[in-house]
Design a protein around this ligand. Structure first.
Ligand code: ADP
Ligand code: MG
Length: 596
């Protein structure tokens, strides 16, 4: 036996392991999801590399990109073997001994706040260490194309060792994780448990997952029993289960018990987006969303489509239940969209796949038209990418449309509460789709919690030709503003533009439906439909109070531009307003806040 080199885990890894062990004790089973997801990532990587350099895959290996799980009950060991990219010695040390992501602190912080840390574990990429929930020691055997086969072992949470495998290269290429299962976790040595867990957590893995199973069956004695024990992938994982010797001989008809061994495929490796919609249940769509988003939420809505013309894409897109925490962090690397080319996973790190304002979308996009052998850098500049982006925006708008047209508006309102700012950003940034998006804006008003422009127009007073709104920092503050008094007294509905982004939206709004002018009550020059008498009376008042307005103008000369008799006030004595083209008070507030 070679001793191997000894290493200690990075302190962060230690911290992390403690957190995992302490916070996930009741959810130990997620270790399998994490290990299978790593196997799947490693398979994606080699398949991707194989695009540009098929020789990396080896002869006829393309079809063997899979995961094998084997239970060794006698020795309390569970083996998970993949034909993925494998790890070199250096990679073993780095990947399984340190934490590359800088988000560890954030993770530790979040775990202490969250009640369900199992979701966070997957999102923060600390999955591998979850194996210590069920194992007291682990052996990782790995063979990369770039190195000899190495063995990484650890039986404590502080140290690991590395040694060259004295048996040589037995894996061909890939990684085997062999877990020595703890006394209290023996259920993970039951084939039924593994079957169920794969079904529960790993049904959307796009590589076949096999379990080495044995089954007792009755066979007639007359018949010559077939040789059923298949070749195992290699000797190390050979189980010792024997054919049942005490098979009871029945009288009539003569049968005997045989143990049949086979590699049972546990998942359906056909990608969900390749199936037709009628084959897929709503629950499956939800589960697929959960596997992509790595959380247990339920999407607000989704769309599954295929474009017939260039570029041919197949896609499933989801509007998630909640915005991701890094939605407006434009430097954040990973996005919720995975790009495939002809079923081969290419990247989930392509900034230009969707416009910034759609960064919250979760889903998969599979294109037949992108060249397979392209680097991410080339992809980024591809014209096809622009067409894909267009298709995604279009499908997004269709999703919003159907939410808006739903009889029950709950979903639409919920969507808008969470992603309304994104729609507004879309209007500001995407002039081509501006008019398609404006229809789906919702605002609170003095009459309703959510009002679209269309609703507003349908409730307009006879003869009204303007859409009245007021901008401000909150619903409460604009409701209390004297600026809306007169409008409301006259029976007009007033929309409240109280989102921070609304001030940037306002310049984008010219006329709704080419007819209705938008009028900000926070500005000077607002004219309601005055009757002749009202106009006369206002002129009289202006004349009567001229000495006062002149006096105020003189006294406040360096602070105000003019002093007039108000057309918007009803009960309040005076008000400060912006002129028709300057910044509103609210815009000044936002700009001041940004300057700091
Ligand atoms: P993550 O998967 O989020 O990167 P993990 O803790 O699950 O984090 O895994 C750490 C790293 O270890 C992976 O990023 C990968 O580089 C490496 N790794 C883990 N399992 C495998 C495997 N089966 N094959 C190749 N590399 C692996
Ligand atoms: Mg992982």
């Amino acid at each position: 036996e070679e001793k191997g080199e000894k290493f200690t885990f990075q302190t962060e890894v230690n911290k992390l392991m403690n957190i995992i062990i302490n916070s996930l004790y009741s959810k130990k089973e997620i270790f399998l999801r994490e290990l299978i997801s790593n196997a799947s990532d490693a398979l994606d990587k080699i398949r991707f590399l194989g695009l540009t350099n098929p020789s990396l895959l080896g002869e006829g290996e393309q079809s063997k990109l899979d995961v094998h799980i084997k239970i060794d009950k006698e020795n309390n060991v569970l083996h998970i073997t993949d034909k993925g990219v494998g790890m070199t010695k250096d990679e073993l040390i780095k990947n399984l001994g340190t934490i590359a992501q800088s988000g560890t602190k954030e993770f530790i912080q979040k775990v202490s706040e969250s009640s369900d840390s199992s979701n966070l574990i997957g999102q923060f990429g600390v999955g591998f260490y979850s194996l210590f929930l069920v194992a007291d020691s682990v052996v990782v055997t790995s063979k990369s194309n770039d190195d000899d086969q190495y063995i990484w072992t650890s039986d404590s949470q502080s140290q690991f060792t590395i040694a060259k495998d004295p048996k040589g290269n037995t894996l061909g290429r890939g990684t085997r994780i062999s877990l020595h299962i703890k006394e209290d976790s023996k259920e993970f040595l039951e084939q039924q448990t593994i079957r169920e867990l794969v079904k529960k957590y790993s049904q959307f893995i796009n590589f076949p997952i096999f379990l080495y199973t044995s089954e007792e069956i009755e066979v007639p004695v007359e018949e010559k029993e077939p040789e059923t024990k298949p070749e195992t992938t290699n000797d190390e994982e050979t189980t010792t289960t024997e054919e049942d010797e005490d098979a009871a001989e029945e009288k009539e008809p003569a049968t005997e018990k045989k143990t049949v061994y086979k590699w049972e495929e546990l998942n359906d490796a056909k990608p969900l987006w390749m199936k037709s919609q009628s084959e897929i249940s709503k629950e499956e769509y939800t589960e697929f969303f959960r596997s992509l988003s790595k959380n247990q939420e339920t999407p607000i809505t989704y769309t599954h489509f295929r474009t017939e013309t260039d570029p041919i894409i197949r896609s499933i897109l989801y509007i998630p239940e909640n915005p991701p925490s890094n939605m407006f962090d434009l430097d954040a690397v990973s996005s919720g969209l995975k790009l495939f080319v002809r079923r081969v996973f290419i990247t989930d790190n392509l900034k230009d796949l969707v416009p910034n304002w759609l960064r919250f979308l979760i889903g998969v996009i599979d294109s037949d038209d992108l060249p397979l052998n392209v680097s991410r850098e080339i992809l980024q500049q591809s014209k096809i990418l622009d067409s894909i982006k267009k298709a995604v925006v279009s499908k997004f708008i269709q999703m919003v449309k159907s939410l808006a047209e739903d009889e029950d508006k709950t979903n639409f309102h919920n969507f808008f509460k969470k992603f309304g700012s994104n729609v507004k950003l879309g209007i500001i940034e995407d002039s081509k789709n501006k008019n398609r998006l404006i229809k789906y804006l919702l605002f609170p008003s003095n009459k309703n919690e959510f009002t679209s422009f269309e609703d507003y127009v349908s409730r307009m007073k006879e003869g009204q030709d303007q859409i009245y709104f007021i901008s401000g920092k909150s619903k409460e503050s604009v409701e209390a503003s004297p600026l809306i008094e007169q409008a409301i007294k006259k029976g007009y509905e007033v929309l409240y533009f109280v989102d921070a982004i609304d001030e940037y939206l306002i310049p984008q709004l010219d006329k709704y439906d080419d007819k209705y002018k938008f009028t900000n009550l926070a500005r000077d020059g607002v004219k309601f439909d005055e009757t002749a008498e009202e106009e006369e009376s206002r002129k009289q008042t202006a004349e009567e109070f001229k000495p006062l307005t002149d006096f105020l103008k003189k006294t406040l000369s360096d602070k105000v531009e003019k002093v007039t008799i108000s057309k918007v006030l009803a009960d309040s004595p005076s008000i400060l307003v912006s002129n028709a083209w300057g910044f509103t008070g609210n815009m000044e507030r936002i700009m001041k806040a940004q300057a700091h």
